[in-house]
Design a protein around this ligand. Structure first.
Ligand code: NAP
Length: 339
C-alpha cells in the first residue's frame, strides 16, 4: 500500500537521485521530471529503477509544458531542479530566470494539483553572502543580499528563487505549504557519471587539475544526509514556512586535500599539497573564467549552523571526513577520476 505520490523535479540531478531512492524505499510513489525524455533510460539505469518505479515527465524550468501533468495526483513535491553550472554564465539571467520562474511554475502546478507541501532545495547561497558571518555561523534568519559584490550569478539565482517562492506561497499558496532546505557544499558517493558541479572540488583535487590549493572553503554536507532531510521535512507536522540549513563542518580546500591524502594514500597521489597564495589565484583569474568564480571566496569563512534541523527534525550528519573519502572512493570505483 503506497503512502501517496511525490513529484521530484530534476530527477536526473545528483541530490534528486538520492531523494528519489529514499522516497521509494520509504513506500512513496514517485514521478520525476527531466528536461528531455532522451535522458530517461540513463537516469533510471543510474538509480537501478524501472520505468514503473520511476515514471518521468519532460518539463523544463524555462517553459510551461509538462508541469501540470507532472504534478497531477501528487500529494507532495520535492522541487530540486535548478541550474548549477561550473563556471560563470555570460549573463546572470541564464541562472536567475530558470531558477526563479521555474520555481513559480512548479508552485503553480503544485497548487492546482492540490499538493499539501512543497519542499524546495534552496542553498546556503541564499543565506551566507553579502554580510559578515555572525558569531557561531550563519543561521536560517540570515539572508544573502543579492546586490552585494560577493553575490555571483548562482548565489543570486538561489536567493532570488527562494525569496520569490516564499512571497508567492504567502500570497497564493494556502493551504499548500512551503519548506526550504538550504544545503552547503554537497559531497558523497555518485550514482553515475552525471553528478553535480559541487563534486568538482574533489574531482579537481583527485585529478591534480590545479598546481596547488587555493584558500577557499565550504560548509560540507553529505548527499545522503541532505536527501534524508528533504524526506523528513516533507511530512513532519507543523513545518509550514520553515527553512533548514543542511550543512556540516566548514573546511578549507587544503583540509579536504589533507583528508584525501591521509586516508587514500597512493590513490590520492595527484592531490596537490602546495597552498596557493591568494595573489597567485587572483592573477590566474585574469585568464581563467572558472578560477574567476572563486576569487571572491578567497579567505572567506562561511560557516553555517544546522542546529535548527537537528533540534526540530532530529537530523543527524555523518562526519565530513567520511563524505570526502566516500566521494573519492566512489569516483575511483566508477573510473571518473584519474588513477
Ligand atoms: P545537479 O546534479 O546539477 O542537478 C541539477 C538538476 O537541475 C538537474 O536535474 C538538471 O537537469 C536540473 N535543471 C537545471 N536546469 C534546468 C532547467 N532549465 N529545466 C529543468 N531542469 C533543470 O546538481 P545538484 O547538486 O543535485 O543540485 C540540485 C539542487 O540542489 C539545486 O537546486 C541546487 O541549487 C541545490 N544545491 C546544491 C548544492 C550542491 O553543493 N550540490 C548545494 C546547495 C544547493 P539536467 O540533468 O537536464 O541538467
Amino acid at each position: 500500500m503506497t503512502r501517496g505520490k511525490v513529484l521530484v523535479t530534476g530527477a536526473s540531478g545528483y541530490i534528486a537521485g538520492f531523494v528519489v531512492k529514499d522516497l521509494i524505499d520509504a513506500g512513496w510513489d514517485v514521478v520525476g521530471t527531466v528536461r528531455s525524455l532522451g535522458k530517461a533510460d540513463a537516469v533510471r539505469t543510474a538509480l537501478g529503477l524501472t520505468a514503473e518505479q520511476l515514471p518521468l515527465v519532460a518539463a523544463d524550468l524555462t517553459g510551461d509544458a509538462g508541469w501540470a501533468d507532472a504534478a497531477a495526483g501528487c500529494d507532495y513535491v520535492q522541487h530540486i531542479a535548478s541550474p548549477l553550472p561550473v563556471g560563470t554564465p555570460k549573463n546572470d539571467d541564464e541562472l536567475i530566470v530558470p531558477a526563479r520562474d521555474g520555481a513559480l511554475r512548479v508552485l503553480a502546478a503544485a497548487k492546482a494539483a492540490g499538493v499539501k507541501r512543497v519542499v524546495m532545495t534552496s542553498s546556503v547561497a541564499a543565506i551566507a553572502y553579502g554580510k559578515p558571518m555572525p558569531p557561531g555561523g550563519f543561521t536560517e534568519v540570515d539572508w544573502t543580499d543579492p546586490a552585494s559584490l560577493d553575490a555571483y550569478a548562482y548565489v543570486k539565482s538561489k536567493t532570488i528563487a527562494e525569496r520569490t517562492a516564499r512571497d508567492w506561497v504567502a500570497a497564493n499558496g494556502a493551504p499548500m505549504e512551503l519548506v526550504t532546505i538550504n544545503p552547503g557544499l554537497v559531497l558523497g558517493p555518485v550514482h553515475g557519471s552525471d553528478f553535480s558541479g559541487s563534486l568538482a572540488v574533489v574531482t579537481q583535487l583527485m585529478n591534480g587539475a590545479m598546481p596547488g590549493v587555493p584558500r577557499i572553503g565550504f560548509p560540507v554536507v553529505d548527499v545522503r544526509d541532505v536527501a534524508a532531510l528533504h524526506v523528513t521535512a516533507m511530512t513532519a507536522p507543523g513545518m509550514a514556512g520553515e527553512r533548514f540549513i543542511a550543512a556540516g563542518k566548514f573546511l578549507w580546500m587544503g583540509e579536504v586535500a589533507e583528508i584525501l591524502k591521509s586516508r587514500l594514500g597512493d590513490r590520492a597521489k595527484r592531490v596537490p599539497t602546495l597552498r596557493l597564495p591568494n595573489f597567485v589565484v587572483r592573477l590566474s583569474a585574469l585568464f581563467d573564467p572558472v578560477i574567476r568564480t572563486v576569487v571572491s571566496e578567497l579567505g572567506r569563512t562561511r560557516a553555517c549552523n544546522a542546529a535548527h534541523a537537528k533540534a526540530v527534525l532530529g537530523w543527524t550528519t555523518r562526519p565530513a571526513e567520511e563524505s570526502i573519502v566516500d566521494t573519492a572512493r566512489s569516483l575511483i570505483a566508477a573510473g571518473l577520476v584519474k588513477q
